[in-house]
Design a protein around this ligand. Structure first.
Ligand code: AMP
Length: 186
């Protein structure tokens, strides 16, 4: 079974946590573009230098930068047996890039796990997390606006493509985990 999974949902929905658990369960890489970009910033690489100002404001990093890094990451040997993308795609352009990247017909085996969480719960969770620059209130609000404008249209996009599975993410971690495993028949 080759898993090609995408976690979709607003910031704070729990994508990272669930993606990590699932990646361990099925033993495939968890690929978080946010983690890769934060690592690039920490190491002050050219990618990090280009991404930093966007991330500090809660804006999206340009599609070309992120798409390049995803293409390279998916070519790594460990991604041959499947992968979980967390935080990518975030725009319709990125989603069609991914469809083109997957060999023909493969986009049908994609499964998109969409975590649904009410906005106030997201704000509370993100404030509590306070991970870095990108978790202050102003940045959090902007990230939610950007999500609505740029990323939420992917729900429709993947619904039409026939890949979408929506899950209530406003529950205990284990309940969400069980719901996701049921969808994937694990
Ligand atoms: P995340 O940890 O997934 O919430 O990502 C943190 C930040 O990294 C986002 O607010 C964006 O600035 C940037 N980022 C992560 N993934 C993407 C992506 N697919 N496209 C554009 N920007 C991204």
């Amino acid at each position: 079974m080759t898993y090609q999974l995408i976690f979709l949902g607003p910031p704070g929905a729990g994508k990272g946590t669930q993606a990590q658990l699932l990646a361990e369960t099925v033993n495939i890489p968890h690929i978080s573009t946010g983690d890769i970009l934060r690592g690039a910033i920490a190491n002050n690489t050219p990618l990090g230098q280009q991404a930093k100002s966007y991330m500090d404001k809660g804006d999206l990093v340009p599609d070309a930068l992120v798409s390049d890094l995803v293409r390279e990451r998916l070519q790594e040997p460990d991604a041959e047996k499947g992968w979980i993308l967390d935080g990518f795609p975030r725009t319709v352009e990125q989603a069609s890039f991914l469809n083109r990247l997957l060999s023909q017909g493969q986009e049908n085996s994609l499964r998109v796990l969409n975590l649904e969480v009410p906005e106030q719960v997201l704000i509370d969770r993100l404030m509590a997390r306070g991970r870095s620059q990108d978790d202050n209130l102003e940045t959090i609000r902007n990230r939610l606006v950007v999500y609505q404008q740029k990323t939420a249209p992917l729900i429709d996009y993947y619904q039409k493509q026939g890949n979408l599975h929506s899950v209530n993410g406003d529950r205990e971690l284990e309940e969400i985990r069980t719901a996701l495993q049921a969808i994937l028949e694990i």
